[in-house]
Design a binder for this molecule. Structure first.
Ligand code: AMP
Length: 211
């Protein structure tokens, strides 16, 4: 079984897209806390109702709620995971390692990217509500307008929190939290860094060299 992979990066750094590529090629399971939370909102569970406004405003949901969701959705004994969107701060990094990964082998990869590129990447991001495939109106259009290449679903969506004012909020939170997280993984010898401002293919090649 592969070591687990913890991907860290700003919204729009491409970590979700790269995780998707790894899942199709390398027998990983992709677990995205953002996707898990959005699924709760879609199903209108108590948890979903509780977190929907927080997510729409670009703020972070509480560490305990997200950790609990992760614990409920992982089967670490039998599967290798890519953790995407968790951790978001050093407290979550420590929770992930102490409560979930424990002695399981893992690597943390930081998708380093110039902040200026991010806003344009995110506001142009669209995704398939059916299979989760990610597109971009500038760099990765679907072959037929508004139709998902992967599953054929018609009607790609623009996340509410991917609009410019909210994106700025999310990037500010990211900037505040990233350095302590990187220091944490550096100190325990688990940190690798890749240049995520490169093309999707080049970034994927860099990622393959690490795992
Ligand atoms: P994402 O899809 O990873 O960009 O996450 C979308 C939103 O879900 C974030 O802006 C947060 O509101 C919430 N969220 C996702 N993951 C976490 C996390 N690890 N901790 C707290 N909130 C999270």
């Amino acid at each position: 079984m592969n070591s687990h992979l913890v991907v860290i990066g700003a919204p729009g750094s491409g970590k979700g897209t790269q995780a998707g590529k790894l899942v199709s090629e390398r027998l990983y399971n992709h677990i995205s806390t953002g996707d898990l939370l959005r699924a709760e909102i879609k199903k209108q569970t108590d948890l979903g109702l509780k977190v929907s406004k927080i997510i729409e405003s670009g703020q972070l949901v509480s560490d305990d709620i997200v950790m609990e969701l992760l614990l409920q959705n992982c089967d670490l004994k039998n599967k290798a995971y890519i953790f995407d969107g968790f951790p978001r701060n050093v407290e979550q990094a420590s929770m992930l390692s102490k409560q979930l990964l424990k002695n399981s082998p893992y690597v943390a990869v930081y998708f380093k990217i110039d902040q200026d590129l991010l806003i344009s990447r995110i506001v142009n991001r669209r995704s398939c509500p059916n299979c989760g495939e990610i597109y971009n109106l500038i760099s990765k259009l679907p072959s037929a307008p508004d139709r998902c290449d992967k599953c054929g679903h018609l009607g790609l969506t623009h996340r509410k929190d991917d609009h410019k004012d909210i994106v700025e909020n999310r990037l500010e939170i990211f900037t505040k939290n990233i350095q302590p997280m990187l220091d944490y993984y550096q100190a325990i010898g688990k940190l690798s860094i890749i240049d995520a401002s490169e093309s999707e293919e080049k970034t994927f090649t860099s990622l393959l060299k690490i795992i």
